[in-house]
Design a protein around this ligand. Sequence first.
Ligand code: BGC
Length: 759
Amino acid sequence: MKKNLLIAGLVCLAAAGCQKSADTPTAEMDAFISDLMGRMTLDEKLGQLNLVAGGDITTGDAINSPIGAAVAEGKLGGTFNIKGAQKIYELQRLAVDSTRLGIPLLIGMDVIHGYETVFPIPLGLSCSWDMEAVERSAQIAAKESAAAGINWTFSPMVDISRDPRWGRMSEGAGEDPHLGSEIARAMVRGYQGYLSSPDNILACVKHFALYGAPDAGRDYNTVDMSRNRMYNEYFAPYKAAVDEGAATVMTSFNTVDGIPATANKWLVTDVLRDQWGFDGMVVTDYGSIAEMAPHGVAGLADASAMALNAGTDMDMCSFGFISTLKENLDNGKVSQKTIDEAVRRILECKYKLGLFDNPYKYSDTLREAREIYTPEHRAEARRIAAETFVLLKNEGNVLPLAKKGRVAVVGPMADNALNMPGTWSVAAAPAKYKSVRQGIADALGADGSVLYAKGANFYSDKAMEDGISPNGSTRDPRSDAELLAEARRVAAQADVIVAAVGEAAEMSGESASRTDLTLPANQRALLEAMLATGKPVVMLNFSGRPTVMVWEAANVPAILNVWSPGSEGADAIADVIFGDVNPSGKLSATMPANVGQVPIYYNHLNTGRPEDPANPNFQRYRSNYIDSTNEPLYPFGYGLSYTDFDYSNLRLDSESMNADGTINATVTVKNTGSRPGTEVVQFYIRDLFASVARPVKELKHFERVSLEPGQSADVTFAITPDALKFYNADLDFVAEPGDFVVMAGPDSRRLLEKQFKLL
Ligand code: BGC
C-alpha cells in the first residue's frame, strides 16, 4: 500500500520534506506505522518478521516461485540475493498489489565489496588505510545495488579477527579495533548516505558479535571471551558502525558466554540497544534460530521465543518466527508487545527507505541498464584496488618492471578472471572482467608481449580443488609435471616472470577455514621452477587472509600481495607492477611466520615474562616457543613502496596534560627516494601502568601522506584523554592518570617513541 493512500493527512508531498522525514525518525513516521499496525492481523505481523533467501529465483520465474507464493500470501517481510531489477519489480508488485495492506518488501543482498563493479575484498580494502576510498567503494556498491532493485546490503562485516585460519578474515578489516572502527564508519556512510536518496541502501553490521574469534579458527565454532576483551578489543567496530547510524545489525552464529548470539539478551538488548542506544532492526544470520537445536539450547519454538525476547526482530531462513510465534503468544512465552516492537522496527526500515512512498524506487530496469558497471565506477575500482596491494618485498628493485619485453605470466591466477572478484561477490559478472594475463598484455601494448602457461592448479589434489570451486572450476586436467614442463618452456623465452599464485576466491570466505596457510606444494614447485631459470621473478600473492610465506620471503625477490583484487584487479595490478602507481598498502593484519603462532596480533599484552628483544638466544621461562620466534613474518601496518620514507624527530608540545588537555605529537616524514609516493603514517599509544593490563601498543591515529622525492611533512597526532581510555574492571570507559608512551612510524614494529604523563 502506498503511504499516501493509507493515511492522507500524513503524506509528505514536498520532496525535500519527505526526504527529511525518511532519514530522521519522526512523529510522522510513528503515526504512519501505528496506523498501519493498527490494521494488521497477527498473521500479517508475523509475515513481516520472516526473511527468506530468494537465490533460487535469480534465473527463474519470480512470480511462480515459492518466494512469489509466500509474498502473495503476505508471509514475507523481505527476501535476498536475487539479481535483476525486473524480477525484484515483479515481487514488489506482488507484495503491493496482491496483499491486503500492500506492504513493500525489503530486498537484501550480500553486497560485501561491490555489486557488478567489484572492489577488492574487505581485507584488501582495509589495507588501503584510505577512508575516502573505502567510503567511495561502499557508495558505488550502494548505487549499483539500488539500481538493480536491492535496498539492503548485509555489510559491513566488522568482525575483528586475529586468526587467519578463519576464512572469513577476507570479509573484515583485519585485526585492529581502531582501523576497523574507522572502516566500519566509512562503509556505513557510503552505503546509507542520505537514506531517502535513491542511490542509498540500508547497511547491516555483522556479525554481532565476536564471530571472528572462533576456537581454532574453525568457522561457526565456539567463541569464549572475557568481557574485558570484548569491550576493549572486539566490540569497538560494531559500536562505531552503530554510532554512525547503521540501520540494521545481524547477529552471529556463535555463542557468546555460552548463549547463541541470536538469543543472547545481554548482547542484543543490554549492550546493543541499551548501552549503545541502537534503535534499528536486528536480523538473525542464516538459520541461526533453527541452529539453536544443534547448539543444544532449544528446539525451534523455544529458540524463536528466546530470540525474539532477546531483542532480535527478523528471522533469516529459520521459519521459526512465522511458524511458532502464534503458539508462543498463546502459551505466554512471548508478548504481543514484543512482537509489535519487532514489526515496528522492520516497518521503520521500509519507511526510512521511502518504500511506502514509492515501492518501485529500487526496481527500475532503465536505471539498472544505465548505472551498473559504468566506466566511472570501473575507474574508481581500478584506482582503489591499486591502493590495496601490499608490497612485501622488493629485493634489488625488481619492481617496477619496464613496460616492454617478453613477460611470462604463470600460475593458477594468471588467466583466471573467474577468481578475480573474490569471495562473496554475489552479483559479479566475471565474463566482463580481465585476467592478469590480459591486464599485463593491455599495459604492454605493442611494446612487449605476454607469454602464458598455467604451471599449476590451485591444488594438486582434484578433490580439494573441486571443493573450492563452487562457482565453476578453472582446473587444468594435465598432471603437475606436464603443467610445470610447459611453464619452464614458456619461461625460458621470457625476460621476466610474473607468477600469479595463491588462493582461489573460495579458499577464503565462509566455511573456508585452513590449518595450513602456506602455498600448496604444487604452486611452490612452480615458483621453484621459475626461480631456477635465474630470471627476475615477481610473485603476485592472491589471498583472502594473511598467509604464511617464509619460504617465499627468503627466495622470491619481489612479492606483491594483491588479495582478491576485484573486477578491475587486472588493470590495477598492471598499474602497480609497471610503476604507473606506486604501492602504498599496509597490512591490516599480522602475517605469521607459522600457523603455530596463531592467533597472533600486534596489540598483545606484555605478560609478566616477556622476551628480552635484545637477546637473540632462546630464553627459557619467558613467553616464547622453543621451535619458533615470537615475531611475525610481516607485522601489522607493514608495507613497502617504490620510494623510501625516513621518520625523524618525534616531538611533543608538552610532556604532560590534564584530564581535559591535549598533547600534540609530531613526527617528520621525508621521501628520501626518487619517486613520488604515499606513506601511511601510524601513531600508537601504550599505557605503562593501569588497573587492567594494557597492550604493548595500540593504533590510535593514522594519516596517508603523499610526498614528492626530497619532500618532507610534519604529521601531528593530537592526543586527548579520549585516546587513552579503556574499559576497566567495572567496564567503565576511563583514562587513568599515569605514564604513557606515544610511538610513530611506518608500521607497528619500526617506531620512534616519547613518553608523557596524564596528570
Ligand atoms: C552469512 C552471512 C550472510 C548470510 C546471507 C550467512 O551464511 O554468515 O554473512 O549475510 O548468510 O547470505
